[in-house]
Design a binder for this molecule. Structure first.
Ligand SMILES: [Zn+2]
Ligand SMILES: [Zn+2]
Length: 173
């Protein structure tokens, strides 16, 4: 959704509040496509700081479905976003991208809320996602989810260091 900034830019010190629904239903990045199962409306406060500078403050709460790093089971992950940006409307689009070091969410005199939130999700994306701290993962041989049960695979073989030790024992007998 685009917010027209002409109104707030009309006079210095002007503040506008707006609540905006996100259009995107998933977060698509190089890592994959992650469904957003909860989207709170984005609460935005835009302040005209003078000299065509705007302060954009916003907050929202989202929940994304991210697979567990170890067992791939779906994990509902809460993303609490709160951001505060300053945008110089006098700058060219290229200059702004360089300054903010992220996707440009200002198009002409419009603010692209989805783009802005997208870049915030990217920054706040969890480094690690686990279904639980002690997730046992899946057996690399048969694919059994080891949180739900064990398998009868010879897991010793899977660790090369252990395999070397086993080999030494075998030869010494
Ligand atoms: Zn897991
Ligand atoms: Zn197995």
């Amino acid at each position: 959704m685009l917010i027209h900034l002409n109104d707030v830019l009309s006079c210095d010190g002007k503040v506008i509040f707006q609540t905006v629904d996100l259009e995107m239903d998933s977060f698509d990045s190089g890592l994959g496509s992650f469904p957003l199962i909860r989207k709170e409306p984005v609460e935005l406060t835009i302040t005209n700081l003078g000299e065509e500078k705007l302060k954009i403050e916003g907050r929202t709460e989202l929940a994304a479905v991210i697979p567990c790093d170890r067992c791939l089971e779906e994990v509902k992950t809460l993303l609490k976003l709160a951001f505060n940006k300053e945008v110089d409307m006098k700058q060219t689009a290229e200059g702004r991208i360089k300054d903010l070091d992220e996707t440009d969410f200002i198009i002409g005199y419009n603010l692209d809320v989805d783009k802005l939130v997208y870049s915030e999700i990217l920054v706040n994306w969890p480094m690690k996602t686990l279904c639980r701290e002690d997730c046992k993962g899946i057996c690399r041989k048969c694919g059994t989810n080891l949180n739900h049960g064990s398998c009868s695979c010879d897991t010793v073989e899977l660790d090369p260091r252990m395999a070397v030790i086993a080999e030494i024992f075998k030869n010494s007998n």
